[in-house]
Design a protein around this ligand. Sequence first.
Ligand code: FVH
Length: 259
Amino acid sequence: MNDMTAISVVGLGEMGTALADAYLKAGHPTTVWNRSPAKAEALVARGATAAPTAADAIAKSDLVILCVLDYDAADEVLATAETELDGKVIVNLTNGTPAQARRTAEWVTQHGGRYLDGGIMAIPPMIGGSEAFVLYSGPRVTFDAVRNDLTVLGNAAYQGSDPGLASLHDLALLSAMYGMFAGASHAMAMAGSDDAGFRSLLAGWLRAMADTVADTAEDTNLDMQAIALRNIIEASRAEGIPVDLMTQVQALLFGKEAS
Ligand code: FVH
């Protein structure tokens, strides 16, 4: 008999499928549900049990992982299962805002469930690997009760008891990522190249600079940074490349736009 925790995964998009696969690989009895049932078929072939409705999936396991497109979808799915929530731990890994997380936490708790919110800091192929981490928030006692089962997905990083904290930190980290991608696009436009050689230079540089983010020492050489930004803007303009991003960066860092 399998004495590992039974898990239900609700939502089998790219991410939900990776989450369900991680539990199957770790040997957990895994029940799955998706709005479009065809997405469950491959998982069933790998050992999962398909539930006919979200309510059935939630009824089947004490630990439920919910991962759908957005909170409208998540709330809609939970509403179809409101009579099944009593005593269940609902871990919602859907991307959303802190306010949405707090509202859903309150609703689940009112219906007898125990709620953790989460922010996945990984892409689907990373799930279950050593580089994946997932931010969690909600009652500490609930997190501690399911922590071992959550580490199947990646490192479990508890952010605090306010259910909105995981999504706040998730969105904050994502904002840094989008800033990085926008900067990388600007760099490739300036270089007039997105070939493998330049991408490799860029990736090495970004990795080195990422490590300096952990350093809290004040950067005292602001004059030098201001001149570099001014030169970037001037050179970009000379190449006919839009400078909106860089003038915004300049305003953010130095409180002024290019002269
Ligand atoms: N994929 C990624 O790299 C990122 C990594 C970080 C975390 N995100 C968040 O994870 C959530 C799900 O993302 P996903 O990649 O699985 O998204 P899709 O492949 O587009 O699948 C969407 C699933 O949501 C279901 N769904 C949509 N609307 C409803 C609804 N009204 N009721 C029930 N389910 C709904 C959809 O079902 P179907 O279209 O297959 O029937 C998919 O299962 C997301 O918050 C990311 O931000 C992923």
